[in-house]
Design a binder for this molecule. Structure first.
Ligand SMILES: Cc1cc2nc3c(=O)[nH]c(=O)nc-3n(C[C@H](O)[C@H](O)[C@H](O)COP(=O)(O)OP(=O)(O)OC[C@H]3O[C@@H](n4cnc5c(N)ncnc54)[C@H](O)[C@@H]3O)c2cc1C
Length: 409
């Protein structure tokens, strides 16, 4: 059947990930049926293609929840593999049949004569409301200077990392110690590879504490629901359930070489700041503060929980090296776990900060009818997670519902 697109539709949702699907569900619940999701790939694409091949889990976050469904087989903190996430998204689509058109890339969004105009690879649309639900991690960020590194060293961004066996033999430098960097370092170390890690400054969290997964405690304590920033999304903790928690100092004891924050890159080496000791201390402080908050909660609510086990690792980080010469150490691969930049350039509307992020108040922009969903801290720490998306999506759906004029009798 030839592909046909109506020229006008009341609401367009760009992106069919967890955010776009949730927006569609909430709109329907509120009787706004005249909407469509435009998705350039197939549902679940970003989980399928842009998450590494970990044999165990890809997410440690609270259970899979989207509006209309909570997967009770996935209790808080058990984690899901990327395949499980994709499978659940597909099941969700089968169950609720949202109006999705796959294979459509929106290439520009403008506003003229009261309508948003969307140019796509399959024609032009116009509409009253646009919900942009395309995530915020679009362009892998690699620090300047990496281009000087000789071609015989394999370089890749964490987005493209799949498994240790796909990297050439030899030592590996991992730059960045957020969740991606630490997990990749763990993967490589377990596979018997020699790893060097440039430590940034993310805090550390316990995996489980006083008998329960930390995610369970934080959720019960309402920390994900806070509307002011108290948790860094970049904390590191092991994603492997039932295994000892990740402590970079222990990895250092076992042979992983730790360095401070990356300072410069040349064709022969990297240099790092001498802040390793401070960064380790800061991460540990965050860890202990998290435990103290849980202790206080247990006490205040008279919860019966096992006593804390006090174990401490002693590792002298003060004298970490401040440079790494590639040839001397036989570095054959570098993995940049240095995050992403947003790319909303196709939206040619004046709602962005100088750094390219949309300025929003709970997803609403200064331009009536233009909304963003699924970005960090739109409302709470859960705004990017399965558990927080329903509330944010329904908030936007309510605004759209309220903006639709009552039909004249
Ligand atoms: C490496 C990595 C690991 C992560 N791990 C976790 C985790 O463990 N737990 C967790 O909760 N979150 C995790 N996240 C955050 C994760 O991105 C979100 O949880 C989730 O994928 C965001 O859902 P979303 O719907 O907002 O965006 P996405 O899932 O990215 O969906 C956006 C969709 O928009 C489509 N799109 C983009 N541009 C266009 C366009 N111009 N036209 C049409 N369609 C378009 C894309 O094809 C995509 O399918 C991780 C993110 C990354 C990058």
């Amino acid at each position: 059947m030839p592909f046909s697109i109506p020229q006008y539709i009341s609401v367009v949702i760009i992106g069919g990930g967890q955010a776009g699907l949730s927006a569609s569900y909430c709109l329907r619940q509120r009787g706004v049926d005249d909407h469509v999701i435009l998705e350039k790939h197939r549902i679940g694409h970003s989980w399928q293609e842009s998450r590494w091949d970990a044999p165990d889990s890809a997410t440690t976050d609270p259970p899979f929840q989207l509006p209309g469904v909570t997967d009770s087989s996935d209790p808080a903190g058990t984690g899901s593999s990327k395949e499980q996430v994709v499978e659940r998204l597909e099941r969700y689509v089968k169950q609720f049949r949202p109006p999705i058109l796959e294979g459509i890339t929106v290439t520009s969004v403008t506003k003229r004569e009261g309508y948003f105009h969307l140019t796509t690879n399959k024609g032009t649309w116009f509409c009253d409301d646009v919900i942009v639900a395309i995530g915020g991690q679009h362009i892998p960020y690699i620090p300047r200077g990496a281009e000087q590194i000789p071609d015989d060293i394999t370089q890749l961004h964490s987005r493209d990392y799949q498994s240790p066996s796909l990297l050439p033999e030899g030592e590996i430098l991992v730059v960045g110690s957020g969740p991606s960097g630490v997990k990749i370092m763990e993967d490589l170390h377990r596979a018997g590879r020699n790893v060097h890690l440039c430590y940034g400054n993310p805090p550390r969290f316990p995996r489980s504490y006083r008998g329960r997964d930390v995610i369970h405690w934080l959720e019960a304590m309402g920390e994900f629901r806070q509307t002011h920033k108290i948790l860094s999304p970049e904390h590191y903790l092991t994603m492997r359930q039932g295994e000892p928690e990740t402590d970079l100092r222990e990895f250092a004891e076992r042979g992983v070489k730790l360095y401070g924050f990356l300072e410069s890159i040349s064709s022969e080496k990297i240099t790092t700041y001498s802040d390793l000791g401070q960064n380790v201390e800061d991460a540990e402080r965050a860890y202990h503060e998290c435990c103290q908050r849980i202790d206080a909660y247990i006490q205040a609510h008279e919860i019966s929980a096992p006593a804390p086990i006090n174990g401490s690792t002693v590792w002298d980080s003060r004298h970490g090296p401040s440079e790494l010469c590639f040839a001397e150490h036989g570095i054959r691969s570098i993995i940049w776990c240095t995050g992403y930049q947003p790319d909303f350039k196709f939206i040619q509307l004046p709602v962005f900060t100088l750094r390219g992020f949309p300025e929003t108040e709970r997803g609403l922009t200064a331009l009536p009818g233009l909304y963003f969903l699924g970005l960090p801290w739109m409302h709470t720490n859960e705004s990017v997670c399965f558990t927080g998306i329903t509330e944010d999506a329904d908030f936007i759906a309510a605004q759209i519902q309220a903006s639709i004029p009552e039909p004249v009798e």
